[in-house]
Design a binder for this molecule. Sequence first.
Ligand code: NIG
Ligand code: FE
Length: 420
Amino acid sequence: MGRLLIKNTKALVGTHPAGTNHLAGAAMRQLPQMEDGWLLAENGRIVELGQGVPPEKHSESGTQIVDALGGYVLPGWCDPHTHTVFAASREGEFVDRINGLSYQEIASKGGGIINSAMRLRAMAEDELFEKAKVRVESMMRQGTVAVEIKSGYGLDLDSELKMLRVVKRLKAALPLRIKATLLAAHAIPPEFKEDRNGYLDLIVDTIIPQVAEEGLAEFVDCFCETNYFTVPEMERVLAAGKEHGLLGKVHVNQFTSIGGIQAALKHGALSVDHLEVLEPADLTALVASKAGNGRTIFPTLLPSCSFFLRIPYGPAREIIDAGLPVTLATDFNPGTTPSGNMNFVVSLACIQLRMLPEEAINAATQNAAAAMGLGEELGSITVGKRASLIITHPLPSLAYLPYAFGNDHIHKVIIDGIVL
Ligand code: NIG
Ligand code: FE
């Protein structure tokens, strides 16, 4: 593998010190920059940083030289919550919502997750793979260098395995880092409508052990929500996951607050995602956990889901002001967020969540990497980390990046030292 030199930058952004895994509370405002910086990568890793004109020896033959043309260089986006493997889009439900139906009303009429599951069960693995690959390639062009992808549209053993095999093939086919999450507990499938315990048994006794044995997932998820899975049901799933080495990354507090956060904390989950409806007791529990077992849990907000469904935005300011490491993700899925664009998420975080540009960028890079267990290898421009980077077009300032929302600011994307 080769050497890569990036020179002529406005600044290297996110040059956190070695050992940085995530940033919490007031520290989220710290986004160190190295003005007029250069960066040398070798074999996909950052090996040296400097300012001004890089030493002559770094430009020796065989080194690929990238002129940043005065653009910023940022750590690439990490997206720690997506449902990128799916069979078909659901714009019919989008029109239904314009006509006044809610997400929950559409689901109770057989739309929603069950609609996606029926389509996915009927689709061959190869076709699913090709469709998902096109989506992830588009995310990479938009600056995403690591992504978590969930199952959860199979809802039976064969179809959940099919989804996770697709994720495994994506890992082999694409240069970005991918983490897989088993989300069999996404909805009760129709064949178990009258026997929800039967479905829970299937997940706990069969699906989790088999997925773990085949090494098809790193994490386990559950949609803990009124009309989906109860808190005790999620606890069963998390306990079984833990027994098989799968850490929890869970959907909680999207529409209602029913105690999912407290249960996730009890089971040592890595992240609690959504949090659009966050009661004071939920926040208190999150803060207490931080002081407690020393393990960090990542409150992950999905503002493009709120935008699309017209539901409340997660209270980022309160969570940051409570000293916690807010994290951002897209939630890319056909029902609630048909977009895998982290640039838009970062803009929404500033516009709607009132996060400062520095906080939003840290949340979408360093904290997002840590929320999928990649905080040591991605998320900042630090010697030793992967050279997975975004080079922007020339911008008047860093705040211009989220400010000028919907515009394409990306000049180049580099993954593991290779220019896309
Ligand atoms: O994260 N909330 C649950 N799961 C997805 C939506 C799934 C769907 O509607 O297909 C989400 O928003
Ligand atoms: Fe989701």
